[in-house]
Design a protein around this ligand. Structure first.
Ligand SMILES: [Zn+2]
Length: 122
């Protein structure tokens, strides 16, 4: 395979492949459609300044929405009592996921009421 310098085909490809091309939070599957794949990004689970922040073992596949759904995550570390040291990847994901899903669920409600074509279901 040719070498690519961009993230989707290069740096992030390894992370996406490891995670089955699925957003770790909502499950959006980048292998199902081209536009889904284009919506994949990568999410750092460790704060800036942490020695392992840029270690791929602590970066996961996330869709663009989930990635920024809780962009106050690291700002609110103390307030939320978040821990980063000595945590496994799974523990870090489990710690972050409720904050991402809370925002996502509130957008889902809006979508159901205001955007969705068939507004009968939920
Ligand atoms: Zn997602």
């Amino acid at each position: 395979m040719a070498k690519f310098n961009d993230a989707l085909r290069g740096y992030a490809y390894y992370i996406h492949k490891r995670d089955g091309f699925k957003c770790i939070y909502c499950g959006l599957d980048g292998s199902e459609s081209f536009s889904s794949w284009l919506s994949l990004s990568w999410d750092h689970l460790l704060p800036k300044g942490h020695p392992k922040r840029d270690d791929p073992d602590y970066i996961v596949t996330a869709c663009m929405f989930c990635n920024v759904a809780d962009n106050q995550y690291f700002v609110k570390t103390e307030e939320r009592g978040l821990k980063f040291d000595g945590m496994t990847l799974e523990e870090l994901v489990a710690q972050r996921k409720p904050y991402v899903m809370k925002t996502r669920n509130s957008y889902h409600e809006f979508w159901n009421g205001n955007v969705r074509k068939d507004k009968t279901g939920s």
